[in-house]
Design a protein around this ligand. Sequence first.
Ligand code: MEV
Length: 437
Amino acid sequence: MPSPVSGFSKKTKAEKIAWLASQYLEQDLHAIEILKSYWNQDPKLQQLHDDFIENTLTNFYLPLGIAPNFLINNKLYALPMVTEESSVVAAASNAAKFWLDRGGFQAQVISTVKNGQVHINYFGKTAELTAFFNQIKPILIESIADTQRNMQKRGGGLIDMILVDSTKDLEGYYQLHCTFETGDAMGANFINTCLESFANTLEKEATTYNAFEAANKFPEVVMSILSNYVPDCTVKASVTCKVSELAQKNISGEEFATKFVRAIQIAKTEPRRAVTHNKGAMNGIDAIVIATGNDFRAVEAGVHSYAARDGKYTSLTDACVEGDTFHFWIEIPLAVGTVGGLTRLHPMAKVAFKVLQQPDAQELMKIIAVSGLAQNFAAVRSLTTTGIQKGHMKMHLMNILNQLAASSEEKEKTISHFTNQAVTHSAVVTFVNLLRN
Ligand code: MEV
């Protein structure tokens, strides 16, 4: 039975592992060895990773792959992708190649406004809070003068703040709704620092405001935090070609376009399908968000809430045929940065930025949106033609072989055998056993 621990964060990595082994790993020497074997050889580099979070024991690897041949606004990119899912990079590469031959991807940033709120309780008269807010607004703005100086030099900073009366939804609930430009930073720290200054200043000013004193009703800050719902920080990516250019092996362009557009309409109509449909796009989006050291939970939260912005969860992508032309596009909110956070700290993220030719935040938004569109294209294309399992299981074959600890020779023979055979777990096991006997 494990016992509680105190002062855990003060222990060295080796001590933490020893504690874990004694309490939860039954002194499993193999597990201890694995944990330590993932330490970086270079102590300085390991220290860097140790410091990213609290209580680091070791590192957790995910593969970083490259999907080449992405033509975006006439510029050729190779996309660094970090993912655990075997078919994602292959699917992205296929989609990139497909569209490379058909004019590539177009992408444009629509807007870059982020937001955050100071959430307030106030049980007095709305008119009094409004008058107070109007009076102290310049003081609130002044309170972040130092904080936003550098951001302003880079063209960012506070855009505006308004008092929102949300008492219809929740008694006594008001918000200071603030909008920001954060340039090449994702901006979470900047926004949260500004919001906390507003909150402190607001409460301080309230203590000496006559109308509040007279009624003995003061506004009280509940919390101050940015919102990951960023419907005004959006990017659009698209592809277009003649319907006839969509012709593939066993399917005419017209038939493919009809099936493809129908699949999108289904995702737009049925939330159950939309969630999986969008998950396919997120396969492409998250992989680059992670490779560039950005906050994938923020992106996930923002994108899915955007997909439900009209009250019903729906597809992030859309498609249509107009005359003889096929159009396919995605529009998503993306709060990502090319400075700040881990973006310039994680050595792999730095390499990823180099591969991407040092994009600014807007360029990165475009690249990520394109990756999402490409991934969704690849998934829907497979689903409406061959089915997804053929490609998926082909890619999964190597995972099965590794589970079976197959040798290089066994791998080679199995891959060759399954070139024209359906891959299933049991078929692979049978084949490898046959080889071994
Ligand atoms: C699997 O990771 C993603 C798909 O399920 C997406 C989709 O169904 O569109 C294949």
